[in-house]
Design a protein around this ligand. Structure first.
Ligand SMILES: Cc1cc2nc3c(=O)[nH]c(=O)nc-3n(C[C@H](O)[C@H](O)[C@H](O)COP(=O)(O)O)c2cc1C
Length: 324
């Protein structure tokens, strides 16, 4: 186990929020919610699995809460996915808009089944009160020590919330209430240096950097946006240099909190690069878990690559800060 300022992780490789849904499928080969690749990777081997952002109430967002499609429903499922997630220029553009089952159902249905994983629960509120309520629910429903941390998502572009306006109050009220260490997830599109300073001032245990980068793609023939929400969050290979920039700038600004870094991580070389930039741990997102539909039969091969990466990171520690 490693200890990042009170956050106990099995190793320094965690999975990014939402990429593995709630940490378990509905069934072994469920078509939605969990990457098919995950069926071939033991999720208990990760430093932690970060759960999809949950809200107090279930939300369809820009996707759906429907869980079973059956064979005849597959075209509809693909249509829904295409409105919320597209492969684009060196990455992925998504706008699920906090589509989630709600925190109570997470605790009813997934928390009991994922007890052997190290878990980070991502929470998202539309206002200060909702963040407070989410922390209270987590305190009430999760036994001490059964969540490695709560991750505050104040950096999503696909919901209509002015996070910059509420972040200070969220931290002031919700962090002291939490029985679990708090991670603040930063956006490269907001004033992340200021947000990191607020995190330090209000007792946040670690930073997650970065969330997706706001982006837009249009159909070149018609001008119609590719996503239902018009804008989306760009993730994957394309944003790795941005993630590295943010981590490095946080360190240059004198921020000493542990940083769980991510954005386009796929290989051990990426992990080491983030380590040199100033990361203490690294998170694996799109590049590992999202693949075009046609390549899904290759899921066992993709999984082989991920299993190897987990092994490599288990033996890795970033250089001490003064060596970077
Ligand atoms: C399909 C998809 C859904 C995501 N949902 C969430 C979410 O619910 N909460 C969150 O904090 N980040 C979410 N993210 C952002 C990722 O956790 C991660 O921060 C981002 O994708 C950058 O890492 P990557 O380039 O390795 O994917 C999502 C990303 C993708 C691609």
């Amino acid at each position: 186990m490693i200890n990042l300022n009170g956050i106990q992780l099995r190793n320094r490789l965690v999975t990014s929020a939402s990429l593995l849904g709630y940490g378990a499928g509905r069934g072994r080969f469920a078509l939605t919610g969990l990457s098919p690749i995950a069926n071939f990777v033991d999720l208990r081997r990760f430093g932690a699995v970060t759960v999809r952002t949950v809200t107090t109430q279930p939300r369809e967002g820009h996707f759906t809460l429907r869980e079973s499609f059956g064979l005849t429903g597959i075209p509809e499922m693909i249509r829904l996915y295409r409105g919320a997630l597209r492969e684009v220029d060196g990455g992925w553009l998504n706008a699920f808009g906090w589509s989630n089952i709600g925190i109570e159902r997470y605790f009813d249905e997934y928390y009991p089944r994922t007890g052997e994983q190290v878990r980070i629960l991502s929470i998202g509120g539309f206002g200060v009160d909702e963040f407070v309520e989410l922390v209270e629910v987590a305190n009430r429903r999760a036994a001490p020590g059964t969540l490695a941390a709560l991750e505050f998502n104040v950096s999503c572009h696909n919901v209509n919330v002015d996070f910059e306006a509420i972040i200070e109050e969220v931290l002031k009220r919700a962090v002291p209430l939490s029985r679990f260490p708090v991670i603040l997830k930063l956006s490269p599109d907001f004033d992340y240096l200021e947000h990191a300073r607020l995190a330090v001032a209000h007792g946040v245990a670690a930073l997650a950097a970065i969330n997706t980068v706001k982006g837009l793609r249009l159909d070149p023939a018609t001008g119609a946006p590719l996503l239902k929400n018009r804008y989306g969050g760009l993730s994957g290979r394309a944003i790795k240099p941005i993630g590295l920039r943010v981590v490095s700038e946080l360190r240059e600004a004198g921020i000493r909190l542990p940083i769980i870094a991510g954005g386009g991580v796929r290989t051990f070389a990426d992990v080491r690069e983030y380590g040199w930039a100033g990361a203490d741990a690294v998170s694996l997102g799109s590049e590992a878990w999202l693949k075009p539909l046609w390549s899904m039969p290759l899921a066992p091969l993709h999984a082989l690559h991920i299993r190897r990466l987990v092994g490599q990171v288990a033996n890795w520690a970033p250089a001490a800060r003064n060596e970077r």
